[in-house]
Design a protein. Structure first.
Length: 438
């Protein structure tokens, strides 16, 4: 099989997040997060599953680092669990938590792999949520204090810094429609959480730079918006503003789209210079396009979501549209032009019903096709002038997939959750050959 070609300096990596793989949720002084609370609430997680053990990365990270070394990746995008560092989200750092990540980062570096650290992947300390969470402006300032702790401890070893992962998901899924923790159903009244997360990004970027951190960016989930029907253009514009521009415009341009203004906290304009910090890179997480139509009668929103039809889907019900990645990147280049720093694809991946075959191996040709198609689309975007410097597969390991539990399997490595046995899938071998130029 021929492979798409990329520059020799192109950075290849894999991504994970703390809550999805670490387990050990009650060990070594870790505090409770909103996801611990959410998973303990009846009816919130498929099959009543939780992440108390997950992939047991907390105890097995050496094995996982060895897998990454075998894979040959140049970088490992991981997240740090805020409640493992500050159990209540404020105050003195938990020394056991810092020691864990010290050892993890040291061992990643020792394997010749560059750490790419995300400070926040949705695991707000529950004590902060009890005080309003991201609806409370103070959370942004608490986050900056947390960022300062991490910057002072790890700035000498971390290659890439990402303050927040996908604030859109926390705002819309966590506070807007309640599918994710903390499970609130506020619809557009959730948008103050978007602004407070954007503010947290700006304040954390300042704190990290003050601590000597270099190469700071972001990681936002973005989707091309595809209208369904001739009357859907206004709905498309609104949904694009909500899902994409609310999180890119303030960071890159220092402004919000006009549609969002009435839903933001009073005086939001004063925070825009803080949010609009110079960035060294922009991280794009891409999974799928989003369909939209004009709202029907009784819909309180100015748009109506529609499935994107006519494409194969993953077991996570995501349509597989590689060209959506090219469309997204080229449109970003057109929209932001000189304001767009170099881009990394910080997440791209798919879930399938992977299981060991009779030969003990895990054959996942659908994932290989997915990765190959998306990398070819990425190469096309680069040929069209988009400055993309690296690509991270989601994910290294099968993991706890939030409200859907353990059924969706995204990993290059299969995890048997009963035994914690790791089995590299065929896609692992495929990606290894690509990364190692074999």
């Amino acid at each position: 099989m021929d492979y798409p070609t990329f520059p020799p300096e192109f950075l290849w990596g894999v991504s994970t997040s703390a809550f999805q793989i670490e387990g050990a949720t009650a060990e070594a002084g870790r505090g409770q997060s909103i996801w611990d609370t959410f998973t303990a609430t009846d009816g919130k997680i498929a099959r009543g599953e939780d992440a108390k053990v997950a992939a047991d990365h907390y105890h097995r990270y050496s094995e996982d680092i060895a897998l990454m070394a075998e894979l040959g990746v140049g970088a490992y995008r991981m997240s740090i669990a805020w409640p493992r560092i500050q159990p209540t989200g404020t105050g003195k750092a938990n020394t056991e938590g810092l020691a864990f990540y010290d050892k993890l980062i040291d061992d990643v570096c020792a394997a010749g792999i560059a750490p790419a650290v995300t400070l926040y992947h949705w695991d707000t300390p529950q004590a902060l949520e009890d005080d309003g969470g991201w609806l409370n402006r103070d959370t942004a300032h608490h986050f900056a204090e947390y960022a300062a702790i991490l910057g002072e401890r790890f700035a000498d070893r971390v290659k890439l810094w990402i303050p927040l992962n996908e604030p859109m998901v926390m705002s819309i899924y966590g506070y807007g429609i309640g599918e994710y923790a903390p499970g609130q159903f506020l619809l557009l009244d959730a948008l103050p959480t978007a602004h407070h997360q954007n503010l947290a990004h700006g304040l954390a970027t300042q704190a990290l730079r003050a601590a000597g951190a270099e190469s700071i960016g972001t990681a936002n989930n973005h989707s091309p918006i595809w209208p369904a029907g001739e009357s859907a253009e206004a709905a498309k514009t609104w949904l694009d503003a909500l899902l994409n521009r609310t999180f890119a415009d303030p960071v890159l341009l220092g402004s919000y789209p006009e549609q969002i203004h009435p839903h933001l906290p009073a005086g939001f304009e004063k925070d825009l210079p803080t949010i609009h910090q110079p960035l060294d890179f922009y991280g794009v997480n891409y999974y799928e396009p989003q369909g939209v139509a004009a709202p029907g009668e009784g819909n309180p929103l100015p748009f109506e979501l529609r499935p994107v039809e006519g494409y194969p889907v993953t077991t996570n019900a995501s349509p597989i549209v590689p060209q959506g990645l090219r469309e997204l990147l080229v449109s970003f280049q057109d929209r932001y032009r000189e304001h767009l720093p170099p881009v990394y694809i910080t997440e791209n991946g798919c879930s399938f019903a992977d299981a060991p075959a009779a030969d003990g191996q895990v054959h996942d040709p659908e994932r290989i096709d997915f990765l190959d198609g998306h990398l070819r689309a990425l190469r096309e975007a680069m040929n069209a002038g988009v400055d993309v410097r690296g690509y991270f597969v989601w994910s290294l390991l099968d993991n706890f997939e939030w409200s859907k539990g353990y059924a969706p399997r995204f990993g290059l490595v299969h995890v048997d959750y009963e035994t914690q046995r790791r089995t590299p899938k065929d896609s692992f071998a495929w990606y290894r050959k690509l990364v190692r130029h074999e």
